[in-house]
Design a protein around this ligand. Structure first.
Ligand SMILES: [Fe+2]
Length: 320
């Protein structure tokens, strides 16, 4: 009898871990218009003017990150330039992050400012406990190098970003912007009812989560270009390239979600990422009263130095 009671209560707890997440995430997503391909995913079509502004700032930033200055390039030329000069572009990590350097400081701040306008328009500011910094502008080439797929945290391997030390209470933002965003996309997976919070603990490699991935269900959905997709950390995901796909440029960011029942004093941030988060108040003043500054020279090859730290060397300063 005792044994039976024990099993019943354990089953109840397993179910409630997912229910708690769905409740917290739903409270945020009901604020804005969206499509929900899964209970822990929200996809919102960005206001046209705000999207155009974001695309302009990203195109300017990505163009300035090239080893030559031809001014801001439009979509097709931008993708072509990255494909043609891939080997001589030193600011791109194996995971495709275009890392901000000294020469792209101003342009990067403008991207942050444009994203914050979109977040403000969504009306979710009260749900944001802290932002991870910096956000990432990425190029995902159509052709991937085999050696890069073997990396511990290759985005092509299905994962949760909490496995690299992001708080398990985070929300991931993904915005496909340029190029072949349909065939070269982010593929998502729904958690099962048996979901447990400890599945989201940091891992030295994404491969270590292979047994957990098997319990998830793939979602047949591709985020349209110009929409913002928001994922609860319990939604696993991976870069998916369909045969013959082209390259794409997208933006990703993450914030810790404020929800009922979460510990206000604990963000669950990995010690290696303590310097990589910022209050929503200061984040909304980037480009106005504050600026991100990057000291690395454009000639330095990027490296994160360890498995968890971001590849950019970022510093916050007050704007003069
Ligand atoms: Fe990810």
């Amino acid at each position: 009898m005792k044994k039976h009671l024990h099993i019943t209560s354990r089953k109840k707890n397993k179910g409630s871990a997912l229910a708690r997440r769905i409740k917290g995430f739903s409270e945020m997503r009901r604020i804005f218009e969206h499509e929900a391909p899964g209970p822990l995913i929200a996809v919102h079509a960005i206001d046209k003017e705000l999207l155009k502004h974001l695309q302009d700032t990203v195109a300017t930033y990505v163009s300035k990150s090239l080893p030559f200055d031809d001014g801001p390039l439009e979509e097709k030329n931008l993708i072509n330039a990255y494909e043609e000069f891939e080997k001589s572009i030193l600011c791109v990590t194996p995971n495709g992050i275009i890392v901000p350097k000294r020469n792209t400081t101003l342009e990067f701040n403008n991207v942050v400012k444009a994203l914050m306008k979109i977040v403000e328009n969504l009306g979710i500011s009260a749900f944001i406990k802290s932002w991870y910094i910096p956000l990432n502008v990425r190029i995902k080439f159509g052709r991937v190098h085999k050696k890069d797929l073997k990396r511990a945290h290759a985005t092509e391997t299905t994962h949760s970003d909490s496995w690299t030390g992001l708080s398990s209470e985070s929300v991931i933002i993904h915005i496909p912007l340029f190029g072949d965003t349909y065939h070269n996309s982010v593929h998502c997976y729904d958690p099962p009812l048996t979901f447990q919070e400890d599945w989201l603990a940091p891992r030295l490699s994404y491969e270590e989560g292979a047994e957990i991935v098997k319990r998830y269900k793939p979602i047949d959905f591709v985020c349209p270009k110009g929409s913002v997709m928001m994922l609860d950390t319990a939604t696993l995901h991976s870069t998916r390239r369909l045969p013959g796909c082209g390259s794409r440029i997208s933006l990703d960011a993450a914030f810790v979600l404020r929800k009922e029942g979460s510990d206000e004093n604990c963000d669950g941030i990995h010690p290696m990422r303590e310097n990589e988060h910022l209050s929503p108040e200061i984040m909304s003043l980037i480009g106005k009263e504050y600026m991100f500054v990057f000291s690395d020279s454009p000639d330095e090859i990027v490296t994160s130095g360890d498995r968890f730290k971001h590849a950019a060397n970022i510093r916050l300063t007050r704007k003069l």
